[in-house]
Write a protein that binds this ligand. Structure first.
Ligand code: DGY
Length: 414
């Protein structure tokens, strides 16, 4: 569980980071975490963003009955799941666990067991979410991106005109647990529910979704993470004597198209692409920096992103704010519109090290450790140092599992 009160089930990308952190002290539990996630994999290969391990827990909305995944014949009866996915983290997480425990026969057989399931998941993204065969997959719900209410989705969401008569009655639960000023607005939430209904109407991942969804976006971060996981699967597969030809061929297409689709020369960063509008979503935001983690930026591109981070540090920000601090849409408290997220920092930390930016990587690490040390294991944190010094806690949910896992993982790397 990401957090007992706010998110009382198993979330996909949280689960990956939790397994990674846990693997540093309890391998068996880490393996169980990942196997449990894959118990919810659909026949078409999708890994759902939530696994509802209990049908009696009713404190979360939207619960399994609201998703009603039985509309898709390939959704498992048990466990119940949601009908959308999240970032493809499992490839690189398998690799990280394997690299630390190569001599452990149990780990090797676990990796061999899960490997084909991860490949099947990547195949799902290429088969169902890449209609133009560009090697870049789309999402149709901001929840899939993991960066739910980032300003980068605003314009695409504004396109949705909601007919109140067609929007089912629903009651949010999140704002009774976390402070409403730190969560998405009700305007945004109506659109989340609308897109969920749209997914359900088209049986989740029917071909009609690409045709009918008003929200259709290629997220630069999700595609960078897919590429990072492809690279990991290729390396792992070669080491274990497994067939890597499919992933290698797909990854080649993805890598070839990534930079031309997502690089924005004016901003000096990678940005996402709105397929409906046929244009880049031109904002500086945290997702662009994950390209460093997959080594997708050339030296000149990396230099521009690195100087930007260095400047933020010099200007009195903790690294790495989730959104452009100079934009009028920046909101340092509200979820993905400004705060610091430790698991993002753990990926950027590694990315900076790949580019030999040891000093900046250390700042990312020590900022993360300092925030957690000062405030506790929250979901996200204030990014402005002058504001943070008067606060007594972090933002969003408390006792957050991927925050603690990210700290364990960061501290285990020197
Ligand atoms: C939520 O419930 O707010 C999640 O972010 C969606 O999975």
């Amino acid at each position: 569980m990401p957090s007992e009160n706010l998110y009382p089930f198993q979330w996909m990308w949280d689960s990956g980071f939790v397994a990674l952190g846990t693997s540093h002290y309890d391998l068996e539990k880490a393996i169980q975490e990942i196997e449990c996630m894959f118990s919810g994999q659909w026949e078409n290969g999708m890994i759902p963003h939530i696994i509802f391990h209990s049908e009696n827990e009713t404190s979360y909305f939207p619960n399994f009955d609201f998703w009603d995944c039985s509309v898709n014949d390939g959704a498992p009866q048990k466990p119940k799941t949601s009908g959308i996915t999240q970032p493809a983290v499992f490839g690189f997480i398998l690799e990280a666990i394997y690299d630390h425990h190569k001599d452990n026969a149990e780990v090797v057989s676990f990796v061999k067991r899960v490997y084909p399931k991860v490949v099947k998941y990547h195949r799902f993204l290429y088969d169902y979410r890449d209609p133009f065969k560009e090697g870049l997959f789309f999402i149709y719900h901001p929840w899939e991106s993991g960066r739910d209410n980032s300003p980068i989705w605003d314009e695409s969401l504004n396109r949705i005109v909601i007919d109140k008569n067609l929007l089912p009655d629903y009651q949010r639960r999140d704002t009774s647990i976390a402070d409403a000023s730190e969560r998405p607005t009700s305007y945004q939430y109506d659109r989340y529910v609308y897109l969920l209904e749209l997914g359900k109407k088209y049986k989740y991942d029917g071909p009609e979704i690409a045709e009918h969804s008003p929200f259709l976006v290629q997220d630069c971060m999700m595609n960078a993470i897919l590429i990072k996981s492809n690279q990991a699967l290729i390396k792992l597969g070669n080491e274990l004597g497994l067939d890597v030809s499919y992933i290698e061929a797909q990854n080649q297409i993805s890598q070839n198209n990534f930079v031309s689709r997502f690089w924005n020369e004016d901003l000096g960063t990678f940005v996402s692409y709105d397929l409906r509008a046929g244009k880049q979503i031109a904002f500086k935001e945290i997702g662009g920096f994950i390209s460093l983690f997959a080594k997708l930026a050339n030296e000149t591109q990396a230099d521009r992103m690195i100087s930007y981070l260095q400047k933020l540090h010099n200007d009195g920000y903790y690294l790495c704010p989730s959104f452009d601090v100079n934009s009028e849409l920046f909101d340092s408290k509200r979820y993905w519109r400004g705060p610091i997220w430790p698991h993002m920092n753990s990926m950027i930390y590694h990315g900076l090290k790949y580019y030999n930016q040891e000093a900046l990587a250390e700042i990312v690490k020590s900022d993360t450790v300092q925030l957690v040390d000062q405030f506790g294991f929250y979901e996200y944190y204030e990014s402005q140092k002058h504001l943070a010094k008067d606060l007594s806690k972090g933002y969003g949910g408390n006792n957050f599992s991927w925050t603690s896992s990210s700290i364990i993982h960061l501290l285990s790397h020197s």
